[in-house]
Design a protein around this ligand. Structure first.
Ligand code: MN
Length: 450
């Protein structure tokens, strides 16, 4: 057995770009879900009106189908050690599998890859375990415990800092310490659910008393969400080279924000009601194993401070970062009525956007002995790229609301209007590798509370 840290372990037969599936749609070049991906979600068939809904179960995405593990465990012969790990998944309990750790994740990934591969003798057993993705609805992948949001893009931190402090955009701690705050998990919802425009205390710069009114500066934040697998005990820290053994996988994450509530409330303790009225996650959890082909070195510009030793290691420098292409799309009500799927607002890549890696966020979060638990969610922070037009929020793209975005259909936006749907997408590509994707993270702004 190799003793290399989880994040630099190489790829295996499940990543072979030549591997094809007997599920034909998984072989399409543009699918997010080829056999090399195999992400997990909690789902059920949408019930017909008046029918009792099915119990939630865990499924695996393959092309435009979902492999229903509740059915698959019954109809296909599995090795006993694989069946043992499939049992909680069949019952809809992804968290138990997330807690099981890397050996279990690898075992099940290898088994799923084998049974879904073209020519598999077990393939015919599973044909009735497939459900078209178009017929399912999703739940959150697990009960989300504690939620921490970071601030990992220096481009976002600088752009936002410039709006508030033109002379001093980047605070001096930023290049030393991964900045974060504790958020609220109760209002995290799965893709597809609408969120009401929040009310809040808002003070115009030239007004003396603040007023309670609906936010007029509702924004998105393009982030990745990292779901914790096995936790750590209170009082024990996780070293940087062990960090990803505690990480089950990633989702797309929209950290909706009210930009007119935020500046009045955030001093001195940080964001509160401007952020906790809703965040949206994509349903499919892309595992860290699936992301193995898309590792890239962690680098720092020579004129920046190098990370302190607890945030640094040779293995981390060699492959601690990830390259994930990210996009934000907007579909306005008018676009929807015209049959348009929406317009792309921006694109970035985590390799350029993130100043801190997921391993560094985990090592830092636990360096004081704070315990992470299975199902905790770490938000990366808004993943803005370095270039103009790569802002991961409207705050950046509209330069603080001063420069409206011109949309192709003639509409303009500074911030989001009621009926606007924001769609996040993520896709990994690398030379000689089969591309994989995250599917969509979709949410719509609904009219404010009365
Ligand atoms: Mn955020």
């Amino acid at each position: 057995m190799s003793t290399a840290p989880a994040f630099v372990t190489g790829t295996d037969a499940t990543h072979d770009p030549a591997l094809r599936s007997w599920v034909a749609s998984a072989n399409a070049s543009d699918t997010d879900f080829p056999i090399q991906n195999l992400p997990y979600a909690r789902f059920r068939r949408r019930a017909a009106r008046g029918d009792e809904p099915e119990p939630w179960r865990v499924g695996v995405a393959i092309g435009d189908q979902v492999l229903d593990l509740r059915v698959a465990i019954e109809v296909c012969p599995w090795e006993p050690e694989v069946a043992e790990h499939l049992q909680p998944l069949a019952q809809g309990d992804l968290a138990a599998f997330m807690a099981a750790g890397l050996p279990a994740w690898r075992l099940v990934r290898a088994a799923l890859s084998e049974v879904l591969a073209e020519g598999s003798l077990r393939g015919p057993f599973l044909e009735d375990s497939l459900v078209p993705m178009a017929e399912v609805e999703y739940a959150l992948p697990c009960a989300i415990g504690d939620y921490t949001d970071f601030y990992a893009s220096i481009h976002h931190a600088t752009a936002v800092g410039r709006l508030f402090r033109p002379d001093n955009p980047l605070l001096p701690n930023y290049q030393w310490v991964p900045i974060g705050y504790h958020g609220r998990s109760s209002s995290i919802v799965v893709s597809g659910q609408g969120l009401r425009r929040p009310l809040g205390q808002i003070k115009a710069p030239d007004a003396t008393p603040p007023v309670l009114r609906e936010s007029r500066r509702v924004d998105f934040e393009l982030e990745l969400g990292a779901l914790i697998g096995p936790g750590n005990a209170l009082g024990e820290r996780i070293g940087i080279d062990d960090a990803e053994a505690h990480l089950f996988g990633l989702v797309l994450f929209n950290d909706w924000s009210a930009r007119d509530i935020q500046p009045w409330e955030y001093q001195p303790l940080g964001p509160f009601l401007s952020k906790n009225w809703g965040s949206t996650v994509s349903p499919w959890v892309v595992t860290m194993e699936a992301l193995a082909p898309f590792r890239v070195p962690f680098t720092r510009p020579a004129d920046h401070p190098q990370p302190l030793p607890y945030l640094d290691s040779a293995a981390h420098r060699a492959g601690g970062a990830l390259s994930i292409g990210l996009e934000t799309w907007l579909q306005t009500e008018r676009m929807r009525q015209a049959g348009s799927a929406g317009e792309r607002l921006m694109a970035s890549d985590t390799a350029e956007a993130a100043y801190w890696t997921l391993s560094q966020l985990i090592a830092h979060h636990t360096v004081n002995g704070c315990n992470l638990r299975t199902g905790d969610l770490l938000g990366s922070g808004t993943l803005s790229g370095p270039g103009p037009g790569q802002g991961g929020s409207l705050l950046e793209l509209s330069q603080g609301g001063k420069v409206p975005l011109q949309l192709a259909n003639g509409e303009t936006r500074t911030f989001l209007e009621d009926g606007d749907t924001v769609i996040l997408r993520g896709r990994c590509t690398a030379p000689g590798r089969r591309a994989i994707g995250f599917g969509e993270c979709r949410g719509t702004v609904l009219p404010a509370l009365g």
